[in-house]
Design a protein around this ligand. Structure first.
Ligand code: HEM
Length: 316
């Protein structure tokens, strides 16, 4: 088999650089997740996710990040494959060197992380993309348009429900033969406002509005779809705070995530010193320090990840 030519040291350096970038991302991600532990109804975590989901620089970063993950995986598999092809006949006696065992462990833990990431994306990221159903929230002000205010005010003046007003307007339009496109669009727009009004009233009745009245929460997937259709500029967002807190009430989800973090730990522990070695930043004098720092970094990041599902599960 002929694979495209790229010197293996170039591939290794790229893998190390991308790995370093991912290590930094994980510290950032684990730190941000700690906001889930705040009992503030999601004010901080929601604001953080809102910023992450709407800032164009962050959106560009997301593409770079996903690209970095894909490239990191592809290059590692490519390296493993070229190494294997370079020696089609296996050693008669299995190698016992620690380097060999470590790099094997890296490939296997890497593959497992990829599998866990698929589940993790199903839980959260794909909800943002609208591929998987979740819970949503929307800025209250985005639902309060002038048309809605006028409709509510007018219906109050007339002592009728907003729905009856719209029905009557439609009936009048038909009666006077005003069935041109402009009128139909106007009535359709009002019907859309009725749907939005329903969502707001439902949220008010069920107490799904944040204390500061800034957000309407607990929207269903169907409500999100409706809003996207009748009021596209309202841009409902996933309610990751609530979703994470809901998921981490379930023991097997918590257990699954803890297994995920153990695998990430095993991968990170070796990734850190390996990256230093590949980039030529190690030195026999500092090797031990780099090794210890690698372990410490992996422990800190993975414990930061782990405290979230554990504490939420125990209601803390
Ligand atoms: C308690 C643990 C974790 C929680 C609660 C969590 C939560 C989340 C959430 C809510 C998102 C969507 C954010 C958004 O798109 O705005 C996300 C995305 C992501 N997570 Fe996690 N995560 C956890 C652990 C991990 C771990 C261990 C990894 C990697 C090994 C990871 C990698 C990613 C990646 C690559 C994305 C997509 C990029 C992004 O949206 O930032 N997560 N996570």
């Amino acid at each position: 088999m002929n694979l495209p030519k790229l010197h293996s040291i170039t591939k290794k350096i790229l893998v190390a650089l991308l790995g370093g970038f991912l290590l930094i991302f994980l510290l950032f991600h684990a730190t941000a997740n700690l906001f889930i532990l705040r009992h503030d109804g999601g004010a901080w975590y929601g604001a953080f996710c809102h910023f992450m989901g709407t800032n164009w620089l962050v959106k560009a970063f997301e593409i770079v990040l996903l690209g970095a993950i894909a490239l990191h995986i592809l290059l590692t598999l490519w390296l493993a494959l070229t190494n294997r092809l370079a020696r089609p006949v296996r050693y008669r006696q299995a190698q016992k060197s620690t380097t060999h065992t470590t790099s094997k462990l890296m490939v296997w833990t890497g593959i497992l992380i990829f599998v866990c990431l698929a589940f993790h994306f199903y839980d959260f990221y794909l909800v943002k993309l609208g591929v998987v159903k979740g819970e949503y929230m929307v800025k209250t002000e985005k639902l309060q348009s002038e048309e809605m205010m006028n409709l509510v005010q007018f219906s109050q003046q007339m002592g009728m429900s907003p729905e009856d007003i719209v029905n009557e307007m439609e009936a009048n339009a038909m009666e006077y033969g005003e069935s041109d496109e402009e009128m139909r669009d106007y009535i359709d727009g009002l019907r859309g406002q009725l749907v939005v009004l329903d969502i707001v009233q439902r949220a008010q009745m069920e107490g799904d509005i944040t204390e500061d009245m800034q957000w309407i929460r607990h929207l269903t997937y169907e409500e999100r779809q409706t809003l996207k259709k009748v009021l596209p500029e309202s841009k409902p967002e996933p309610d990751f705070y609530y979703m994470a807190r809901e998921k981490f009430q379930v023991w097997h989800i918590v257990l699954g995530y803890l297994v995920f973090f153990v695998i990430v730990f095993l991968h990170m522990r070796h990734a850190f010193p390996s990256a230093f070695q590949t980039l030529g930043l190690n030195n026999y004098k500092y090797n031990n320090i780099i090794e210890v720092l690698g372990r410490l970094y992996a422990w800190v990041v993975c414990l930061m990840f782990a405290v979230v599902p554990i504490l939420v599960y125990f209601g803390l």
